[in-house]
Design a protein around this ligand. Structure first.
Ligand code: CAA
Length: 696
């Protein structure tokens, strides 16, 4: 097999090409090829300078993440870069696309750097729960100021060529778009100017005082919220400032090994691949996406306005309908303010904003204006009757081939589709609030939805830069069905003795940005209340039903928007516990004959996770979600589940499925009705298998 790294000598310049599609990741063969090519070039007396560049769309996107967790295959990247840096021939890294992680570290091992103006650079390892372990934490602070190194290494973001040039991270921005030619031209210039090698490892690092560093460390620690990689990044940068290069490199090694040994990196690497795998659904092989340029949105409330914004940001034409002119005006104002915010944050260019306001976005009170829409999405009140009425009308008005989508978060998409003469064109597109911010989109596939329409839903998600997850039809689809299950378990914990404030603290310590009750107050308690009322008649009479949320709503307390809910929302003091809420809960316990007991944070989390995992297993077992990873991606991107825990089913594998099943059986002693083990979970435990085994 030919090596992915080839070297040619052109008139005294050795040109090393890395060709390992799609992103030139530093696989074992690339590392081996790179070091052999550098050695050969260095040993060739005719070679006066070396250029390394990537074939195809990018330089190097980093280490080959697929090799992580497998036995190491020499040569290791740190050794390769060290040796590459210490050749006696000046080397140029010629960069285009993205130089990320090990890719940027390789570039830092070269003596000079040139890049296309479109090039982007970063050390994203922290997003995988690790640190730049091939000298990046030692070499970058020898180029850029410590504060910038801290930002890039602990934040994992990318910078552009202009900023890289200003920082001295690259020496030149190339003219045109031929990076190979630009690299060779730079090498020739270096030779003619008699420039020699310039290894960064021989240079003094930038430094800050111990006090300044501690300030940076405490800011990083505050943001890290349970994630250990940023803290280890700080230790490695500190070592770079205080130790000679070789010792600093050794310390960096120890710190990355610690991170590899922690479950956090495994979880984040799982999330990286799952984010990409989730888009691989069967209908994409058989279906052809329809062209969607014009979109209609029915309903201009929070969801409708958010969806319209998201579509406009993606470049679509949008017509939004409301029943009354006044409501349409309000919706237009909401959309406009979202878009103005996007302009302010640099997410939307002023001319694009002007084009939107100049005609790409319209509001109407007449559904007939949807006649030429390619897709119409309904985001009206969550009532089957209302939705059926809307779909009946859309079916008559919309052109043949137009896709009719519902943003329902619970209702039966098949029942909605049955109102039309084109059920094959009907699909659920469940956005998450705020729709122009949240990345998740559940693509809900009905019994009759055609493959083309499913493929269109996925294509639309891509255009909108969202992560689409395929869901079958059931009450609440993947995400809200699981949410309902763990919310019931949490309510059970509250009835048993925990306070909502204990629960929120435990969930936040576990890594969630907000606990369940804080989120409920933020979203508005009236939404859940309406949903519970809708389902009251069909509720299982044997279910242990927690009433305290209903009691709070009956007092007109709907959370943040009314100033009171589970918390008192005080403008000056923030969120405060509410003794009246505790009294309501105490009364309910007394009515139900429950003697409250102390519930530890660990028990809160065990209940929360057991319920989440159990319902997730049912969702996978019933085929609502295609694979366990689809559930993980839903919870990670739509429900604030900490990425460094990898999602509920990855987490389940790490704690052990037998422990989860045992927990469920223990809790079932209190409420057999709710705690019914999922058949799939029982099967996996009996077979000694993991959820991960079903992802393949
Ligand atoms: N290793 C292995 N595979 C990789 C990879 C990597 N570093 N980066 C991307 N891929 C794969 C993706 O999984 C995907 O595969 P499939 O097509 O089979 O799904 C394919 O390459 C294309 O990737 P994207 O779909 O993400 O393409 P994109 O154009 O949207 O984005 C990218 C390209 C910006 C490079 C993005 O893939 C990315 O951010 N990659 C990860 C970069 C990274 O984290 N690098 C650091 C690695 S760790 C490191 O280097 C450690 C160290 O110092 C010791």
């Amino acid at each position: 097999m030919s090596s992915p790294v080839q070297m040619t000598v052109e008139d005294g310049i050795a040109v090393i090409e890395i060709n390992n599609p799609p992103v030139n990741a530093l696989s074992q063969a690339v590392r081996q090829g790179l070091i052999e090519a550098a050695r050969a070039a260095d040993a060739d007396p005719d070679v006066k300078a070396i250029v390394v560049y990537g074939a195809g769309r990018t330089f190097i996107a980093g280490a080959d993440i697929r090799e992580f967790g497998k036995p190491p295959m020499p040569p290791g990247l740190p050794e390769v870069i060290d040796e590459f840096e210490l050749v006696s021939t000046p080397t140029v890294a010629a960069l285009h696309g993205t130089a990320l992680g090990g890719g940027l570290e390789t570039a830092l091992g070269a003596h000079y750097r040139i890049a296309l103006a479109s090039g982007r650079f970063g050390l994203p390892e922290v997003h995988l729960g690790i640190l730049p372990g091939a000298g990046g934490t030692q070499r970058l602070p020898r180029v850029v100021p410590i504060a910038k190194a801290v930002e890039m290494i602990t934040g994992g973001g990318m910078i552009g060529a202009k900023e890289a040039l200003a920082l001295g991270l690259i020496d030149e921005i190339a003219e045109g778009d031929d990076i190979r030619a630009a690299g060779i031209a730079m090498a020739r210039r270096l030779v003619s100017e008699g420039k020699g090698v310039r290894p960064l490892s021989a240079e003094e690092p930038n430094r800050v005082t111990a006090e300044e560093f501690e300030t940076m460390r405490s800011m990083v620690a505050k943001k890290a919220r349970g994630l250990i990689a940023p803290l280890n990044c700080m230790k490695a940068i500190e070592a770079g400032m205080t130790m000679p290069f070789t010792e600093g490199r050794q310390r960096e090694r120890e710190l990355i090994m610690e991170l590899f040994a922690s479950p956090q990196s495994g979880a984040m690497i799982h999330a990286f691949f799952a984010d990409r795998e989730v888009a691989k659904v069967p209908e994409l092989k058989t279906g052809t996406p329809r062209n969607i340029a014009k979109m209609g949105v029915v309903g201009g409330g929070t969801m409708g306005a958010g969806i319209a914004t998201s579509a406009l940001l993606a470049g679509l034409d949008v017509t939004l309908a409301e029943r009354e002119a006044e409501a349409a005006e309000r919706a237009a104002a909401t959309v406009q303010s979202h878009l103005a915010g996007a302009v302010k944050r640099g997410k939307l260019k002023q001319d694009a904003y002007d084009a939107i306001m100049g005609g790409k976005f319209r509001t109407t009170t007449d559904y007939n204006d949807f006649a030429d829409a390619d897709l119409v999405i309904e985001a009206v009140f969550e009532s089957m009757e209302v939705k059926k009425d809307v779909f009946g009308q859309l079916d008559v008005i919309c052109k043949p081939g137009a896709i009719l989508a519902s943003n329902t978060s619970y209702l039966n998409v098949d029942e909605i589709a049955a109102m039309t003469n084109r059920p094959e064109d009907v699909i659920g597109l469940h956005f998450f609030s705020p729709a122009h911010v949240m990345r998740l989109l559940e693509v809900v596939v009905g019994d009759k939805t055609s493959d083309d329409v499913v493929a269109s839903g996925f294509a639309l998600a891509k255009t909108m830069k969202k992560i689409a997850v395929r869901s079958g039809v059931c009450d609440g689809f993947i995400g809200n069905r699981i949410l309902n299950a763990y919310a019931k378990a949490i309510n059970g914990a509250v009835l048993a003795g925990a306070s909502p404030y204990d629960v929120d603290r435990a969930m936040q310590d576990f890594g969630l940005a907000m606990g369940l009750f804080r989120v409920a107050d933020l979203a508005g308690l009236d939404i859940g209340w309406a949903n519970r009322k809708r389902k009251a008649d069909s509720r299982d009479p044997n279910e242990q039903y927690a009433e305290f949320a209903d009691r709070i709503c009956e007092l007109g307390r709907f959370g943040r928007k009314t100033g009171r809910g589970f918390y008192i929302h005080d403008k000056a003091k923030g969120e405060l516990p509410d003794d009246e809420v505790l009294e309501i809960i105490a009364r309910e316990r007394a009515d139900k004959g429950i003697t409250p007991r102390a519930i530890s944070d660990a028990e809160v989390i065990d209940r929360y996770m057991a319920a989440m995992i159990n319902e997730s297993a049912k969702v996978v077992g019933e085929g609502i979600a295609l694979r366990p990873l689809d559930v993980d991606i839903t919870l990670l991107n739509g429900y604030g589940f900490p990425r460094w825990r990898g999602g509920p089913l990855h987490y389940a594998d790490t704690v052990g499925l037998d422990k989860v099943l045992n927990d469920i059986k223990t809790f079932a002693k209190e409420d057999t009705n709710f705690w019914q083990p999922a058949p799939l979970l029982e099967q996996l435990v009996a077979d000694g298998k993991t959820f991960a085994s079903l992802n393949r």
